[in-house]
Write a protein that binds this ligand. Structure first.
Ligand code: ATP
Ligand code: MG
Length: 257
């Protein structure tokens, strides 16, 4: 029986994506195992965001297929993907700025009071939000503040922690630490590490910072010209090896200019 338990939660098989004459993805083969954190590295324009947008149901692939929990799956929209347990955190769209922290934690999933549909149980939401943020190690001044008053890092950390409540099976993070300082990035990486310890959610994270990828990821994939050209557990490679690879590709590309 053991070998019949699926280990891949999500696979992309021979995915290609064109926008008119632009080929963003040529042939993507990616697998995401249960509970793992997979890092995607790659040059600007390599196709990382396009791939994430396909995995989150935002774009339809031109060809190829997605396999979710061992079933070939067509994602019709972002909300369809979300209903299956595939969540993405995009930098700006993650939270509603004017709304307080604890209500943001329950966006789209507000608990209702005593069965009266539509009446939000504020006290429950507030208490659960405090408990979860505490468990995830997210430190913020108050859950009663609108998120507009928080730093970018705190906002991202809340959005990532929230995926626990959304019962996400797959969490997709496109450059969650972009334009953030060391301390702010650390906040988010800590939350990712805690999520990983909880073991329920598999995560794909895009970052340009190799050290961050090596800190939190179990495996690393390199995306080049719309294909995955390198796939290795982080324990079996090194920042140096990947940097050497990227530098040598860069040099040979320059030589042909
Ligand atoms: N909606 C779109 N319409 C047309 N072309 C697009 C669209 N989205 C992406 N592309 C093109 O597809 C290619 C891959 O872009 P993508 O955003 O996936 O790269 P990326 O790896 O995320 O880069 P970066 O590291 O700079 O974020 C680029 O050539 C880009 O211009
Ligand atoms: Mg991108």
């Amino acid at each position: 029986m053991q070998d019949r338990i699926p280990t891949d939660v999500l696979r992309a098989e021979n995915i290609a994506k064109s926008f008119g004459k632009v080929t963003a993805l040529r042939d993507i083969n990616l697998r995401l195992q249960r509970g793992e954190v997979l890092g995607l590295l790659g040059d600007n324009g390599a196709g990382k965001s396009t791939l994430i947008k396909i995995l989150t149901g935002f774009h339809r692939p031109t060809s190829g297929q997605l396999v979710f929990e061992d079933k070939p799956t067509t994602l019709h929209s972002v909300s369809h993907a979300r209903s299956l347990g595939i969540e993405a955190v995009f930098q700006d769209l993650a939270l509603i700025n004017e709304v307080n922290v604890y209500r943001n934690m329950f966006l789209r999933r507000e608990p209702v009071h005593g069965g009266f549909l539509g009446i939000l149980d504020d006290r429950t939401m507030r208490a659960r939000a405090i408990e979860l943020l505490d468990r995830m190690g997210v430190k913020i001044p108050s859950v009663d503040e609108p998120v507009a008053r928080l730093s970018g890092g705190q906002r991202q950390a809340i959005a990532v922690a929230r995926s626990v409540y959304q019962k996400a099976k797959v969490l997709l993070l496109d450059e969650p630490t972009a334009a953030m300082g060391v301390k702010e990035s650390g906040l988010i990486l800590d939350v990712i590490q805690r999520l990983k310890r909880e073991g329920e959610v598999a995560i794909i994270i895009i970052a340009h910072n190799y050290a961050q990828i090596f800190d939190v990821c179990d495996r690393v994939n390199l995306v080049e010209n719309g294909a995955i050209t390198f796939d290795r557990p982080t324990a079996e490679t090194s920042i140096q090896e990947l940097m050497d690879l990227v530098v040598s590709r860069y040099r040979s590309a320059r030589a042909t200019l």
